[in-house]
Design a protein around this ligand. Structure first.
Ligand SMILES: Cc1ncc(COP(=O)(O)O)c(C=O)c1O
Length: 414
């Protein structure tokens, strides 16, 4: 099975059998930064950003890739995306602050949220974000109160598409909590057309996440077109990734090809198209490195590592399947349950994964953890959130340090 194909492109195995990500041996990374640790191949991330921009730009020049930063919100990530010329979408003021700190020009930022507070909107308007995505009529009321100059807005439409994915990350179906029904969206458009402060630039749609078929994503363009002619169509994110061997998502070229074909068929040719990839941008660029703390032989054999549901909630939230390997014995071995150290039976990282003779002290690498893991990390059982380590051409630097016990108590008051 193509285990290495799940790791960042260019991952190799050193002469003694140890995995190397971006030219860095995983044992050296563990020594330097400790475990658990999020390891990111910086060059792979840059190349992925360029791939999205090139594939979209070559098919639809009046376009922009807007990184959905909820998948991986850290200052270094924002800085990287800004340096590659991508826009960034933020879901609230917290991500906005980080994006601005990372040097993303405010005008390249799109603000989302199904429930934005006055302060989310005020901070966004004051910063000068390019677009606020209006999700409900209260957003319009608030913006009308807060905006003194002019603010670009998009109306979020429910495209009425149920794609095959986990219930919790499906957003495009009728009855979704995100966006407005076609009738309500039309009313919002009408209202915004008469606003002297809110400049209606266009429409936004987002079908959901981890979608392994380009067709429903492309179909959303048709739904957006039905709302009318606009300058901007933001077609959202959602492209799925390959977490394990039997998932085969479309390539970026296939995905963007399907979107732009639908755009050619349904959207005004002069329109600007935005896409918002999150998961597909970062997932494969990151891995999580753990150390085995204990092995309990039996049926099943439990291999427990020094992390778990505090650094990877994808398993408990969505039942996401991952793969793993011992860092210096790549692939193969008997099937075990790879579990975390947290006080829940559901804290099982991978049920039934082959690991080659796992022993206490071994390093375990779990690939495809670049998206939605760091961002959902938590302090369950007093866990210290892991560092984020950027690796490139054989050198490594922490761009976010590990939490300390002092951090755990920093907000406590006497
Ligand atoms: C509005 C919006 N855009 C983009 C995304 C990114 O989706 P994905 O990470 O699946 O590409 C999301 C996440 O669900 C979203 O809510």
């Amino acid at each position: 099975m193509d285990l290495l194909g799940l790791f960042p492109p260019g991952t190799t195995v050193d002469a003694d059998g140890t995995l190397m990500v971006a030219g860095c041996r995983l044992d050296h990374l563990a020594e330097q930064f400790g475990t658990p640790a999020y390891i990111v191949d910086e060059r792979a991330l840059r190349e992925r950003a360029r791939e999205f921009s090139a594939e979209l730009g070559s098919r639809w020049p009046n376009s922009r890739v807007v990184f959905a930063s909820k998948a991986f919100p850290c200052t270094a990530g924002y800085r990287l995306m800004a340096s590659e010329g991508l826009g960034v979408d933020v879901a609230g003021a917290g991500e906005l602050v980080m994006a601005l700190a990372g040097g993303v020009p405010a005008n390249d930022i799109v603000l989302h949220g199904n429930a934005k507070s006055d302060s989310d909107l005020q901070m966004a308007v004051e910063a000068g974000v390019g677009e606020v995505v209006v999700d409900n009529f209260d957003d319009i009321d608030r913006l009308e109160r807060l905006v003194t100059g002019e603010q670009g807005v998009l109306v979020r439409l429910i495209p009425g598409i149920r794609a095959q994915t986990h219930e919790a990350v499906a957003t495009g179906h009728d009855g979704s909590k995100f966006g407005l029904s076609a009738a309500d969206a039309a009313r919002a458009v009408e209202r915004l057309r008469h606003s002297d402060r809110l400049r209606l630039d266009g429409v936004h749609v987002h079908v959901g996440s981890q979608i392994l078929d380009a067709e429903p994503l492309a179909k959303a363009a048709e739904a957006a077109a039905a709302l009318g002619d606009f300058d901007v169509y933001d077609l959202g994110g959602g492209l799925g990734v390959r977490y394990t061997y039997n998932e085969h998502p479309p390539s970026v070229a296939e995905y963007v090809g399907a979107l732009t074909e639908a755009a050619k068929a349904h959207l005004p040719s002069a329109a600007r198209i935005l896409i918002e990839p999150g998961r597909a941008m970062v997932a494969r660029c990151g891995i999580t490195l753990y150390r085995v703390l204990t092995v309990k032989h039996g049926a099943p054999t439990f291999v427990a590592v020094d992390g778990g549901m505090a650094d990877n909630l994808e398993v408990s939230l969505y039942g996401q399947r991952f793969e793993a390997t011992i860092a210096d014995r790549v692939g193969g071995g008997a099937v075990v349950d790879l579990v975390g150290r947290h006080c829940e039976s559901g804290d099982r990282l991978i049920a039934g994964v082959p690991l080659d003779d796992p022993k206490v002290g071994d390093l375990v690498a779990v690939p495809v953890t670049g998206a939605y893991c760091m961002t959902m990390a938590n302090n369950y059982n007093g866990a210290l959130r892991p560092p984020v380590v950027f690796c490139s051409d054989g050198s490594a630097r922490a761009v976010q340090r590990r939490e300390t016990y002092e951090d755990l108590m920093r907000r406590d008051l006497p």
